[in-house]
Every structure is written in C-alpha cells, then in structure tokens.
Design a protein around this ligand. Structure first.
Ligand code: SAM
Length: 348
C-alpha cells in the first residue's frame, strides 16, 4: 500500500479504496486485517486525497470494524458498509468518474470472485487508474470441478452442474474444464488455471501476476493473490514484494525451527544460475535492449521468481565476464551500468 499510494498520489485524482470483503478489521490474534492496513497507509500517505469503502454482510464484523474506524478517527474518510458486496460493487462501478481506484476482493471460498463482478472495473477506460487485487481460494476448485463425476455416473446431478457453473462464472469461461478434467496433479491444475485466468484478465488490464499462498514448500496452496493493473509499475513493485514475501515465508516455514540454519534467511541459498540463463535467453531475442526494458520482459515471463536487485547483480556479473557467454554494454550515458544502458549478448 505505501508504495502504491505514494505513486498514485502524483496523479492528483481522488483515490478510492474498496475492500469488498473487509472482515472485522482485526484478526482474533490481534493482527490488523486488510481495512486497517489500507487505512493506516492511506492516512499516512494520501490523507486528504482518499476515501475508502469497507463492505461486510456479517453484522458483527461490520459493527466491530465500524467501531475501530470511529475510534481511530478515520470514519470521515473510511466508511463501513453493511450489505452484499457484489451488489455494492455493481452500483459503485456505474458511479465512478476519474478516481484512482483500488479494489481488493478477499471473500471466503470463491463466491464473490465472479468474473462479472470484476468486469465493470476491468473495462474502465485506461485513462483512469484501476488496480484489482483478488484472493482466490484453491482447495475448493477441485471439489466444485468434480473431475471424477463422469466416471462415477454423477455427471447429471444438479449439484454438480451448479458447482461447475460457479467455476465458469468465477473464471470467466469454461477453459478450466480442460485443465481440471486432465490427469495433471492438483497443484499443476491450480497453476495452469491461474495462468489462463490471468491471460483472460490481461485482455483488459495488461499487467497481471499471481502469488501462491501456502504454509510451507510442501503444503498445498491455500489461495492465489492475483493483481491486475494497467501500469507496468504495479508489476515491478509487486514482483519484488511477492518474491520477498513468498520466499521469506517458505524459508521461515522450512528452516525456521532448525538450529543449524538459525543464521540464514531466504536469500542465503539463492543462486544466480537460473536467472543468468533467463537474462541471456531474453537478451538474445532483444539485442540492444535497455536494462530496464529487459527486466520488464523478464518479470512478465517469470513473475515473482527473482528480485530487481538480483537481476541487476546478474547483469553486472554477465557484463563483467571477459570470455564465454556474456553481456556487452553498448550504450551508457554516464559510464555506469544503469537502467538506460543498452545491452547485447555475445559469446565470441
Ligand atoms: C476472508 S474474510 C476477509 C478478511 C480481510 N480481507 C482481512 O484481511 O482482514 C471475508 C469477509 O467477507 C465477508 N463476506 C462474505 N461474503 C460477503 C458478501 N457477499 N458481501 C459482503 N461481505 C461478505 C465475510 O463475512 C468475511 O468477513
């Protein structure tokens, strides 16, 4: 939120933050929930420029959140709304003008993530700034898809039909069937369906990416956080944020309680080998490309795998080689390696 808000503040438009499935504002363990995270950042960075809408259909969540907003003195700018989010989002989308809009959807399960709910925001003119972040639960997709229904002779069960219709509504098409009815592993299906989903969304907002959320490397994915934006900067920012968050959490879960690894962090075991090969492969196809533009291409193909500083380090090392596969810097304004430098691959 801080980086996003600081950036969109410069557009000079009113900023509207919408949390469609807001929850009570604090979790049972006292950790702040999404409305608090959004509001504290907005109060700090765009105090006089923002308004926020937090929707709940559960009255006790609504009341608790309302109380917090009043107590913090945020309630003139941030409104808790009791009602059904799909309806509210539908009405809201017809009222938008030139606001900079951030929509966060985090329902339980899949109900509330229907593609038609997103569509009015996806189809906003790209003159205006629109960002969507959506949390989509994964375990439930397998139950709703019911891949074994045919073999078990239950294909005409109305519940199966209705669940499958829900999948089609959420994913915005029936492409999920080919994936879920295949013999891929469950995790592979999840990545595959999210990729197709992002392809669909990117017809409207071109820059999209997803981060899987799970307890540890060996556990199943609980949900995917997916974002969509009209601007590459959102992707650049979230690439690094999601990479650090994901691999940081995985490291903590996999090694956190092992004394041998007490002094390590998620970066301790990273190697540059894979990134170097990717840099070279994409550079070969784009001779003369500037360093920044090359990074933008890399994150579009390999979202969340590497950070910007790892990339810069890789380019620096490849440019420092004197033989073998390496980078030649063809253009520099300042004699220093920076984003505007032109790069070329060579192995001669
Ligand atoms: C996963 S929780 C949200 C947690 C929140 N994003 C956070 O980080 O603190 C989902 C919330 O959405 C509410 N909800 C579910 N369906 C809804 C609907 N159709 N309209 C409004 N709120 C709904 C649930 O009651 C619950 O409070």
């Amino acid at each position: 939120m801080p980086a996003y808000l600081r950036k969109v503040a410069l557009l000079g438009k009113p900023i509207l933050l919408v949390d469609g499935y807001a929850g009570p504002g604090v979790f049972d363990d006292g950790e702040p929930g999404s409305p608090l995270i959004m509001c504290s950042a907005a109060e700090k960075y765009v105090k006089s420029q923002y308004s926020a809408l937090f929707v709940n259909h559960n009255p006790s969540h609504h009341n608790k959140l309302q109380e917090i907003l009043v107590k913090q003195g945020w309630n003139s700018r941030a409104k808790a709304i009791l009602g059904d989010s799909s309806q509210l989002l539908n009405i809201l989308s017809t009222q938008l003008r030139d606001q900079t809009v951030f929509v966060y959807l985090d329902p339980f399960g899949l109900k509330g993530c229907e593609f038609n709910t997103l569509k009015p925001f996806l189809t906003r003119s790209n003159q205006f700034s629109t960002e969507i972040v959506i949390n989509m639960s994964m375990p439930i997709t397998h139950r709703l898809a019911a891949p074994k229904a045919k073999a078990e002779g239950r294909e005409n069960d109305p519940r199966i039909t209705s669940n499958r219709n829900r999948m089609t509504k959420v994913f915005g098409g029936d492409y999920w069937q080919e994936i879920y009815f295949s013999d891929m592993l469950a995790g592979e299906k999840e990545f595959a369906v999210m990729e197709e989903y992002r392809n669909l969304i990117s017809q409207y907002l071109p820059y999209t990416g997803s981060c899987p959320v799970r307890e540890s490397t060996s556990s199943r994915i609980k949900y995917f956080i997916t974002f969509a934006s009209r601007h590459i900067d959102a992707m650049l920012l979230l690439n690094d944020e999601m990479c650090k968050a994901y691999f940081g959490q995985m490291h903590e879960a996999d090694f956190g309680d092992l004394p041998l690894f007490a002094n390590t962090n998620w970066q301790s075991f990273r190697t540059s080998k894979q990134l170097d090969s990717i840099v070279i492969a994409i550079l070969k196809k784009n001779p003369g490309i500037k360093r920044k533009a090359l990074w933008e291409l890399i994150i579009q193909e390999h979202f969340m795998k590497f950070t910007a500083s790892e990339y810069k380090e890789s380019v620096k090392n490849l440019a420092g080689r004197t033989t073998g596969e390496r980078i030649i810097v063809t253009y520099t304004e300042t004699n220093r390696l920076n984003d505007n430098c032109g790069l070329l691959f060579t192995d001669t």
